[in-house]
Design a protein around this ligand. Structure first.
Ligand SMILES: Cc1cc2nc3c(=O)[nH]c(=O)nc-3n(C[C@H](O)[C@H](O)[C@H](O)COP(=O)(O)OP(=O)(O)OC[C@H]3O[C@@H](n4cnc5c(N)ncnc54)[C@H](O)[C@@H]3O)c2cc1C
Length: 437
């Protein structure tokens, strides 16, 4: 067994959930055991977030004997901390996707986005997961010059993708819908959703346990062998498996250097206010939809089931969070909603996600029986769920959809492992400064 077992994430208290609105309100799972001794299974999955648990559920349904290992708790990573926006399509808009992969594959990738929502809704229904799912995401333009593009994009989706659950919203209506003059127009996607992500991931873990999956928490993997068959080593135990899935996303560290070269961790932050009065909540988000603006470092927000403003925004690079997350994010919120200047902030937390150069998921077959799925670049509520499922299908010898994603070239970050941070920081600074001009 290994003796290393060091944790990367100095921002977080190892193994515990952050002090988030989500952790305070989700029906958390009882602690699962740590891995000890040598165990065997068909498929070993490293990471108990959306990717890992989605893969585990699909595999268990197909009769595989599955073990999931997490360094911390179920849903401890980005899956239990995010903005809860379940978007349509990919992180990249269809026009850009068509240029990147051609019209045919762009359509297929759009369809995968639709599959992701169907998969999640089916699991919510099948396993009676109460995760406060609500319809509607409103994309708002923070510059007047973006409005015509939004209008054209809504028309394109209706015309070229036969997608009717989108409509353009003009300046007057957007301001009525979101109670602020910060925006000039936008698109309402009524076939997208928002939800309580930790309730979803915990519900998936319960379903996986019920299907016979063994979950081990507080079991950081610090050594992996892929060939001839996978061996996964933790401080006190070892799993010998026929197949292996890496589902660590932004928390991968150096566990696999090939993946790490293509999937870069960045941090993002969220606050939750005290519960708002019914009138104020309605003034800020009239129709209870999720909202995301057009900034490069996007502001995203929604109302929780108990009418808190859950507002996300701001980024940092490296495994370090700002000291005072509440003030850091509050500033962005007050710029849009001066009405909230006297509202108390009850929670503030951060999380780490994985981004790729092309902003599409990075799926990779690392060895004949080893697979990796990560790099959802801010669209992981849908895509992590879907890609975990696609990896499971690939293990079950159905590779067609896995290959649709994995064949899209996923470039390495410029600068290599040593220089990618400064280069990324410079690039991000440039774009976020452009937001303000
Ligand atoms: C603040 C924030 C807001 C976001 N908002 C949105 C949003 O609104 N909509 C959206 O679509 N996406 C959003 N995202 C992105 C989304 O949350 C992620 O893409 C998605 O949750 C990734 O899921 P995952 O299962 O791949 O990774 P994670 O949920 O991060 O899980 C990875 C797991 O791997 C475990 N792990 C790592 N290394 C090891 C190891 N060596 N041994 C054992 N276990 C290990 C970790 O403990 C962790 O639990 C947001 C992310 C953040 C951080």
């Amino acid at each position: 067994m290994s003796k290393k077992s060091s944790l990367l994430y100095s921002n977080d208290i190892a193994v515990e959930y952050p002090d988030s609105y989500y952790a305070a309100t989700a029906p958390l799972l009882g602690r699962q055991p740590q891995l000890t001794g040598v165990v065997t299974c068909d498929v070993c999955i490293v990471g108990a977030g959306f990717t890992g648990l989605s893969a585990a559920l699909t595999l268990a349904e197909k009769g595989y004997d599955v073990i999931v290992l997490d360094a911390h708790r179920v849903g401890w990573g980005a899956s239990g901390r995010n903005g809860g926006q379940l978007a349509s399509g990919q992180r990249v808009e269809q026009d850009a996707l068509e240029k990147m992969v051609g019209l045919d594959d762009a359509r297929k990738l759009w369809d995968l986005g639709q599959d992701a929502k169907s998969l999640i809704k089916k699991r919510i229904a099948d396993h009676s997961i109460n995760c406060d799912l609500k319809p509607g995401l409103l994309y708002t333009d923070h510059k007047p010059g973006y409005v015509e593009d939004s209008k054209a994009y809504a028309e394109k989706l209706q015309r070229d993708y036969d997608y009717q659950d989108v409509r353009f919203v003009d300046c007057e209506e957007v301001r009525e819908m979101v109670g602020t003059e910060a925006f000039y127009g936008g698109n309402l996607m009524s076939g997208s959703y928002h939800l309580h992500p930790l309730k979803l991931v915990v519900g998936m873990a319960r379903a996986a346990l019920a299907a016979g999956v063994r979950i081990f928490e507080e079991s950081p993997v610090d050594d992996l062998t892929y060939k001839p068959s996978p061996v996964v080593t933790t401080e006190q135990g070892q799993v010998k498996a026929k197949s292996l899935v890496l589902a660590c996303n932004g928390y991968l560290g150096k566990l696999d250097k090939r993946v790490a070269a293509r999937v870069m961790p960045i941090n993002n932050f969220v606050i939750a206010t005290e519960p708002l009065s019914e009138d104020l909540a309605k003034e800020l988000i009239r129709d209870d939809v999720g909202v995301a603006d057009s900034r490069f470092v996007v502001n995203y927000y929604r109302l929780s089931a108990d009418r808190r403003m859950v507002f996300g925004g701001g980024e940092s690079y490296g495994y370090k969070f700002p000291k005072d997350i509440k003030s850091y994010v509050r500033k962005r919120m007050i710029e849009i909603y001066p009405q909230l200047v006297d509202t108390k902030i009850d929670y503030g937390w951060g999380g780490t996600l994985g981004i790729t150069v092309n902003r599409l998921p990075h799926l990779e077959q690392l060895a004949p029986t080893a697979w990796s799925a990560s790099g959802y670049s801010g669209s992981g509520v849908g895509m992590a769920n879907l890609c975990g499922h696609l990896v499971a299908e690939a293990i079950d010898h159905n590779l067609s959809k896995f290959e649709l994603v994995s064949k899209v070239p996923s470039p390495m970050f410029p600068g290599g492992a040593a220089l990618r941070w400064p280069i990324l920081v410079l690039a991000m600074l440039y774009f976020s400064t452009r937001d303000k001009i």
